[in-house]
Design a protein around this ligand. Structure first.
Ligand code: ATP
Ligand code: MG
Length: 243
C-alpha cells in the first residue's frame, strides 16, 4: 500500500497497474519501457491535464461523434491502464474496439480482448478476425481488421509513428494520445492529445456526455477550429517551462 500523501502516488499506481498487466500477459517488457518515456514528459507537465490537452480532447471527441465509423485501437498498455474507460468511450461515441499490437501474439491479443470484455465490451475486433494489410508499414501492426479498414476516424492511444503515418495516408483522421509532443506519432496525427492516457480517456468520457447533446454544426466548429501544429508547439513550451 502506498502512503496517501506520497507525492508520486498516482504515478506509482499507474506503474503498479502496468506491472500487474505484465504478469497477466497483457503488457510486454518493452511496453514498460515505452511507458517510461511518456512518464518523463508527464513529470515535466506537472502530471495534470493542461488547457491545451483539454482543447485537444474536446476536438477529438467532436471528431469521433462526427465520424461515420469511428474506431478505438487498443494495445496492451492501454488495456492494462484503462480498459473500463475505453469501453465507456466506445459506447458514448459509438466506436468499434479493435486490438492492435506492435509485439503481436494470438495469446496476448486474446487476453486483451478478454480484458475489454470483462470491462463491458460486447464485441472486440482484432487481427484475429479477417485482417487486411495496411500499406506503408512493416511491423505486425500493419494487419488491421474490417472496422479499422473501413473507418474514417481512429483513436490510437500510445501509437507508433509508422502506423500513424500509414493510417493518415489511408485517408483516416487519426487521434493520438502521446505525452511526447516531439514524437512522429504526435506530429503526424490529425489531433494529438498531449496527456496521460489515464486522464485523457476519463476526460473524454465526460466531454462526450456533454458534446453528444450538440448539433453537428457545433461539433464541426469545435473539430475544425483545432490546430494540431499550434497545440503541439504550446505543449513543447510547457515542457520547457517544466524544466
Ligand atoms: P514514435 O514512434 O511516434 O516516433 P517513439 O518511438 O518515441 O514514438 P513509442 O515507443 O513508439 O515511442 O511509443 C511510446 C509513446 O507513448 C511515447 O512517445 C510516450 O511518450 C507515449 N506514452 C507512453 N505511456 C504513455 C501514457 N501513459 N500516456 C500517454 N502517452 C504515453
Ligand atoms: Mg515508435
Amino acid at each position: 500500500m502506498l502512503p496517501k500523501k506520497h507525492p508520486r502516488k498516482k504515478s506509482l499506481e499507474i506503474r503498479h497497474k502496468l506491472v500487474k498487466g505484465l504478469k497477466e500477459g497483457l503488457v510486454t517488457q518493452a511496453g514498460l519501457i515505452a511507458h517510461g518515456r511518456g512518464e518523463a514528459f508527464d513529470y515535466l507537465l506537472g502530471e495534470m491535464t493542461k488547457p491545451d490537452a483539454k482543447k485537444a480532447e474536446e476536438a477529438a471527441v467532436a471528431l469521433m461523434l462526427l465520424a461515420e465509423k469511428p474506431v478505438i485501437s487498443v494495445n496492451g498498455n492501454a488495456a492494462a491502464l484503462c480498459a473500463k474507460d475505453l469501453v465507456k468511450l466506445a459506447l458514448l461515441t459509438d466506436s468499434s474496439l479493435e486490438v492492435n499490437l506492435f509485439y503481436r501474439s494470438k495469446e496476448r491479443e486474446g487476453k486483451i480482448a478478454k480484458e475489454l470484455k470483462k470491462a463491458g465490451a460486447t464485441r472486440v475486433y482484432g487481427a484475429a478476425g479477417k485482417p487486411k494489410r495496411l500499406q506503408g508499414i512493416s511491423s505486425a501492426r500493419r494487419m488491421i481488421d474490417r472496422p479499422l479498414w473501413e473507418s474514417d476516424a481512429v483513436l490510437v492511444p500510445l501509437e507508433d509513428g509508422d502506423r500513424t503515418e500509414a493510417l493518415v495516408a489511408a485517408g483516416k483522421k487519426v487521434i493520438a494520445i502521446d505525452l511526447n509532443p516531439l514524437s512522429r506519432t504526435a506530429r503526424k496525427a490529425t489531433i494529438t492529445i498531449v496527456d496521460n492516457i489515464t486522464r485523457a480517456i476519463a476526460n473524454m468520457n465526460l466531454i462526450a456526455k456533454k458534446l453528444s447533446k450538440l448539433e453537428k454544426n457545433r461539433l464541426k466548429t469545435i473539430a475544425d477550429s483545432f490546430n494540431n501544429k499550434t497545440n503541439l508547439k504550446s505543449a513543447e513550451r510547457l515542457i520547457r517551462k517544466g524544466l
